[in-house]
Design a protein around this ligand. Structure first.
Ligand code: ZN
Length: 54
């Protein structure tokens, strides 16, 4: 499972199959090489992201 490092959403996809080191988050619009595979860490990020958003 892959998660967005910005909002913790599992709703991430490759920008291009050929450049699979780049990811895009469908939820927050994050785009970059960093991706999280740790579900617990993702849950924490998601919690903080939601708190910030209100
Ligand atoms: Zn995101």
């Amino acid at each position: 499972m892959k998660y967005c490092p910005k909002c913790g959403s599992p709703n991430v996809e490759w920008v291009l199959p050929q450049t699979w080191s780049r990811w895009r988050c469908k939820d927050c619009g994050y785009e970059g090489a960093l991706i999280i595979e740790d579900g617990e860490l993702a849950a924490e990020i998601r919690k903080k992201y939601k708190d910030k958003k209100g």
